[in-house]
Design a protein around this ligand. Structure first.
Ligand code: HEC
Ligand code: HEC
Ligand code: HEC
Ligand code: HEC
Ligand code: HEC
Ligand code: HEC
Ligand code: HEC
Length: 386
């Protein structure tokens, strides 16, 4: 009898723990992978190392300093006015960059920039630390207008500091961060563990063993202890980018558990309707849109690297991108429209077949404007547009 009760109790605990594990948000305590850091790659991969320093990936997160914060702290440019009672002032004091909320001229809340998210190619958002938790600051930066704007997602009529930052934010914008999801759902970060920027090992996997091997065997010409990008299947290559470029995904596993070569759907699943270009937001879904295009469906090999060399900043180099279209489309005689004067049709396939479309999800209000502006996103649904 005692044995039976014990068994029953055990099975309750067991079922209970299954239910709990199904309900709890994924916890994130992990061992720090064996990273070497990109300085260690420099001696053998010098060109790639130097080129990547200028990419949006590498600059996608950083500690706050003059070089990384794009907005202006100069008098006259350092205010965001919510209404006649509420003003947010951006100030620089010694080493600190601050956002201070004023109500009728009286300061009500002040927080220091702790982390910069975004290279500033389109914009930046800033985070502050409260103990080991991260929160979004109320004011962000919008590059096309070179101006401060409200942080997307915050109300326009009241200054707020309350948006907590989950680990997924850094999963897409940094190389590593150890984090833990607490019982109350909040995420606590280990500040010292953060590797800023999307660096080599975010895409190629931890490479300490590769560095150790090749340092000991300088004459070995074949790559050792590193995932070979050439031997990956098309889906594996796509998954390596889709991790961050298929919109905000539903997490099945803790942030930072996926590494290149694994099946992405085992770690997170898409959360969007592949067929709508209308749902575009700043977080894009290049993967979803590209895979819905004829170029993708009707060719066996097209993937992101058919058009992008991610080691180099090739932004807005339309002639180079168009050359990559011509690798498959030997001619463009099929395009019935005439190019405008002075523009060679072959030098810009992009603006006709992959136009920039206004985001329906992200709209921003600039410090200097009264109306809201939509963010523009380059659609990856390659096709024929009016
Ligand atoms: C002591 C020299 C050395 C160092 C240091 C080194 N590598 Fe390599 N790596 C090589 C050699 C040799 C190859 C094979 C030839 C080639 O592809 O360039 C290689 C190849 C690679 C490849 C291509 C694998 C493939 O087959 O597609 C990647 C990716 C790579 N290394 C990443 C890194 C990263 C990331 C670092 C720094 C963390 C690094 N390497 C540091 C020597 C080195
Ligand atoms: C860890 C997440 C992550 C991974 C993995 C990743 N990206 Fe990105 N990518 C980003 C983020 C974040 C940005 C925006 C960076 C910024 O401007 O702050 C970006 C920007 C870009 C851009 C725009 C660059 C520019 O200068 O305009 C291209 C192109 C791009 N990624 C392609 C790729 C491709 C191709 C792959 C796969 C080989 C890939 N990315 C893998 C997160 C990622
Ligand atoms: C699923 C991955 C993912 C998550 C999660 C994510 N981002 Fe991004 N973010 C991206 C990618 C990819 C881009 C570039 C998109 C493009 O250019 O179309 C981007 C762009 C941005 C930009 C504009 C950067 C620039 O200079 O162009 C900002 C700012 C930004 N994200 C902030 C955040 C913040 C803050 C969070 C967390 C609250 C977050 N993102 C969560 C992937 C992600
Ligand atoms: C955003 C993701 C990403 C980042 C960051 C990145 N790589 Fe790569 N790397 C790739 C992809 C994708 C390929 C395969 C390209 C192809 O097949 O056309 C590649 C190929 C390589 C290769 C083999 C082919 C070649 O060009 O020699 C080496 C070596 C390499 N990367 C080293 C590095 C090093 C070193 C860094 C950092 C300084 C780095 N990569 C940063 C995605 C990345
Ligand atoms: C890896 C090869 C490949 C690359 C690279 C490629 N395409 Fe395609 N594309 C195809 C194939 C295959 C088709 C379907 C057959 C066809 O219409 O020629 C296609 C179809 C198209 C179509 C017709 C779409 C429709 O819905 O009717 C357009 C337009 C197009 N491509 C433009 C481009 C542009 C612009 C680029 C560069 C930004 C590009 N393609 C890059 C292979 C490619
Ligand atoms: C057929 C060619 C082609 C393919 C394939 C392709 N891209 Fe692009 N991508 C472009 C062009 C062209 C641009 C515009 C570049 C610019 O303005 O600097 C672009 C821009 C981007 C941007 C910046 C978006 C923005 O709104 O500014 C990101 C992010 C990106 N690509 C990611 C990817 C990812 C991830 C893949 C694979 C899923 C991919 N691309 C596949 C041609 C391509
Ligand atoms: C000024 C705008 C414009 C430019 C620039 C342009 N195209 Fe087109 N293209 C079109 C239009 C419009 C069509 C549809 C023609 C039709 O169906 O009558 C088209 C059709 C196509 C098709 C589909 C043909 C078919 O029958 O399915 C391909 C492939 C294509 N273009 C590739 C390219 C490539 C590659 C470039 C750059 C070298 C390019 N286009 C530059 C406007 C343009």
């Amino acid at each position: 009898m005692k044995g039976l009760i014990f068994l029953l109790l055990l099975s309750f605990i067991w079922i209970g723990s299954i239910i709990c594990s199904a309900w709890r948000p994924p916890a994130v305590p992990q061992e720090m992978p064996a990273f070497a850091g990109s300085e260690a790659c420099k001696s053998c991969h010098r060109d790639i190392f130097n080129d990547t320093r200028h990419t949006a990936h590498y600059l996608s997160s950083a500690l706050p300093d003059d070089a990384h914060i794009k907005g202006s702290f100069a008098a006259g440019k350092n205010e965001f006015v919510y209404n006649q009672w509420m003003v947010l002032v951006l100030e620089k004091k010694k080493d600190l960059f601050l956002q201070t909320a004023y109500m009728n001229g009286i300061p009500t809340e002040q927080r220091a920039f702790g982390l910069v998210i975004g290279s500033g190619r389109k914009g930046q958002t800033y985070l502050y630390w409260d103990k080991n938790n991260l929160y979004q600051l109320p004011v962000s930066y919008y590059a096309p207008a070179n101006d401060w704007c409200n942080s997307p997602g915050y109300p326009l009529n009241y200054i707020r500091f309350y948006r907590p930052i989950p680990a997924t934010c850094l999963e897409c914008h940094a190389s590593y961060a150890a984090a833990q999801v607490k019982k109350d759902g909040s995420t606590s970060f280990n500040k010292k563990s953060i590797l800023y920027g999307i660096d080599c090992e975010r895409c190629h996997g931890p490479a300490a063993a590769h560095v150790a091997f090749h340092t000991q065997h300088p004459d070995e010409k074949a790559a050792n202890s590193i995932i070979s990008t050439k031997q990956l299947s098309r889906q594996q290559r796509l998954d390596a980018c889709a991790l961050c470029h298929s919109g905000l995904r539903k997490q099945l596993q803790p942030a930072f558990s996926f590494t290149v070569g694994q099946r992405l759907d085992d770690f997170s699943v898409p959360n969007y309707d592949v067929d709508t270009a209308g749902g575009l937001d700043v977080h894009g879904n290049q993967y979803g849109l590209l895979t819905a295009s004829k170029c993708f469906k009707m060719s066996a090999q097209l993937d992101c690297s058919s058009c992008h060399n991610v080691h180099i900043n090739e932004r807005h180099d339309m002639a180079t991108f168009s050359q990559r279209c011509l690798n498959c489309h030997a001619t463009h005689d099929t395009c019935t429209v005439k190019a405008s004067a002075g523009v060679m049709l072959k030098d810009n396939c992009i603006d006709c077949h992959m136009p920039q479309l206004p985001s329906k999800k992200i709209t921003l209000k600039l410090a200097s404007a009264t109306a809201v502006t939509p963010d523009l996103v380059r659609t990856h649904r390659v096709g024929i547009y009016p």
